[in-house]
Design a protein around this ligand. Structure first.
Ligand code: C2E
Ligand code: MG
Ligand code: MG
Length: 402
């Protein structure tokens, strides 16, 4: 059946005396059911707009603000759960009530996972539906006031989603997660020294890894996300032997995860080829036994790198904590280094310090031949950056030509 969005023909006109209770988008592929619910909600004072399939409802929800969306789950082209996910991409607040005539544990779990407010089993008594819709509208008003208050305090828009919306987006990110790999090259030898694994996902609002990890922090799911990344990398290493070393970023909280230290974990089998990057941006002091945990990682065969040197506040204290085998210089020190005598001096002293300590040094974010040549002039050799290759599916080709 083709979908049409119509104001319910059976809803009583607004008589001007009764305050409107709220605007409901009602979605059901069975027209007779949609009209019956629309009639009873209309009689209770709600303005009801009907859609008879999910994609039409998704388009309507983009064009207009509703106070609540009530949708059937099982519909031919786009299910109610897919509709919920589509709406959450642009509206984190609107409450969702899902209805089904064939309840399953799987659909109930997914409804909760994606942030539905209620899961109703048909047939639904009209007074029960009215009650649920009335509460949902009230909740939406509270959420809107909360959001407006937060906006007044100028918090970043992307932090504002309610927990349900954030959970739905995070679940979408985890479901679509994949790993990109960017080469780290030795310029003097024109060979690939190693690859860095960088997390990617298809959830539009959490595309950048820092946003994804910020969401995981808010949801208390950093360790789960880190484990997923490590398991995926291990799977790739099982299937396609890595030509060189493999660098993986660790969030500071991952250091506190016992599964990282588990010799039977999938990545531990590859430990002798893996370098774990610990960023200088996060204070390691927050992990009480970080030094001891790093020692245990080494005992498993891992090597340790300090990431983003020069970007954090830790100065060189991370050297003492971690005694890294590798240091990665942050791209803020590399950008425009060919035109900055100050950056050249800084890098020259980092290179000579690392050489004295027997630490390998990698320059991140090299974009131009001039930046590469400036690095080589101060004694560097290992390079990572768009000049050579962007992060891609495993073991992409590298352009040494320029
Ligand atoms: P990072 O570890 O310092 O990674 C380098 C970042 O620079 C990556 O951004 C990479 O795509 C980007 N990049 C590489 N070459 C160039 C270049 O020539 N120019 C510019 N402008 N950028 C370049 P990405 O992938 O967006 O990751 C950002 C940060 O998110 C990473 O910084 C890392 O701290 C974190 N991250 C990424 N993946 C993971 C992960 O799997 N686990 C953890 N814990 N953190 C991750
Ligand atoms: Mg890194
Ligand atoms: Mg870095």
């Amino acid at each position: 059946m083709s979908a049409t969005g119509v104001a319910s023909p059976d809803a009583p006109p607004d008589d001007g005396f009764r305050p409107r209770q709220g605007v409901v988008l009602l979605v059901d592929d069975e027209g007779s059911i949609a009209r019956a619910y629309a009639r009873s909600l209309g009689a209770a004072g709600f303005e009801v707009v009907c859609a008879f399939d999910g994609s039409e409802a998704a388009a309507m929800a983009r064009d207009r603000r509703f106070d609540v969306i009530v949708s059937d789950i099982t519909m031919p082209q786009m299910s109610g759960l897919d509709l919920l996910r589509a709406v959450r991409e642009h509206d984190l607040d609107v409450p969702f009530v899902l209805m089904t005539g064939g309840p399953t544990i799987d659909s109930a779990v997914r409804a909760v996972e994606y942030g539905a407010l209620r899961y109703l089993i048909k047939p639904i008594d009209p007074p029960d539906l009215e009650d649920v819709v009335r509460r949902a509208v009230r909740l939406h008003q509270i959420a809107r006031v909360k959001r407006e208050a937060l906006e007044m305090f100028q918090q970043e828009g992307k932090q504002l989603g309610d927990r349900a919306g954030l959970e739905a987006r995070f679940a979408n990110a985890i479901q679509s997660l994949w790993i990109a790999y960017q080469p780290i090259v030795s310029w003097s030898r024109r060979t690939t020294f190693a690859w860095e694994a960088l997390v990617r996902n298809e959830e539009p609002t959490l595309r950048s890894p820092p946003d994804l990890f910020a969401a995981a922090e808010r949801l208390g799911r950093v360790q789960e996300l880190g484990r997923t990344v490590r398991d995926r990398v291990a799977q790739t290493m099982d299937r396609y032997p890595v030509p060189g070393l493999l660098f993986i970023n660790l969030h500071a909280l991952e250091l506190d995860d016992d599964s990282l230290l588990d010799g039977a974990a999938p990545l531990s089998r590859h430990a002798s080829r893996v370098v774990l990057e610990v960023t200088e941006r996060a204070p390691l002091e927050e992990i009480p036994d970080a030094t001891e945990r790093v020692a245990r990682l080494r005992a498993l065969g891992y090597r340790i790198a300090v990431d983003d040197l020069g970007a954090g506040y830790a100065g060189l204290t991370s050297f003492a904590h971690l005694e890294p085998e590798v240091v990665k210089v942050d791209m803020s020190l590399i950008r425009g280094i060919d035109r900055s005598p100050m950056k050249q001096k800084l890098l020259a002293s980092i290179v000579s310090l690392c050489r004295d300590l027997g630490i390998e040094i990698i320059a991140e974010g090299i974009e131009t031949p001039e930046e590469r040549d400036a690095l080589i002039r101060v004694g560097g050799d290992l390079c990572q950056g768009y000049l050579f290759a962007r992060p891609e599916r495993p073991w992409a080709a590298i352009d040494f030509g320029r």
